[in-house]
Write a protein that binds this ligand. Structure first.
Ligand code: MG
Length: 108
């Protein structure tokens, strides 16, 4: 499955009030990222930081949840997921070229 196919598939399960789409998607993205972070926290607390096979698989699904919200957010803004991926890689390559990859701030 490629990015475009995935993004089209997410539209089929996008069930939320369209008039609140902006905040719904942002909250969903933050919430799912938080679920992933929660799993990492519990791995430290309960498993000594060792990622077992069931944990690995659970994280796969959480990353997928994050990806769903990224795909819907991109769509909301009129971008394809492919455009988001390409723009991100171009930004990182430019930072690498300028030697600012290790700094901080949005406009490096
Ligand atoms: Mg989740």
């Amino acid at each position: 499955m490629d990015f475009d196919e995935y993004q089209k598939e997410t539209a089929k399960t996008a069930i939320y009030p369209k008039e609140r789409e902006d905040e719904y998607l942002a909250l969903g993205l933050a919430s799912e990222a938080g679920e992933y972070a929660g799993r990492v926290k519990k791995t430290i607390r309960d498993k000594g930081g060792i990622i077992g096979e069931s944990e690995r698989e659970a994280r796969k699904y959480e990353l997928g949840d994050v990806m769903w919200y990224i795909a819907r957010s991109a769509d909301q803004l009129g971008y394809s997921l492919e455009e988001i991926a390409v723009a991100n890689i171009e930004k990182l390559r430019e930072r690498q070229r300028k030697g600012t990859i290790n700094g901080s701030g949005d406009n490096r």
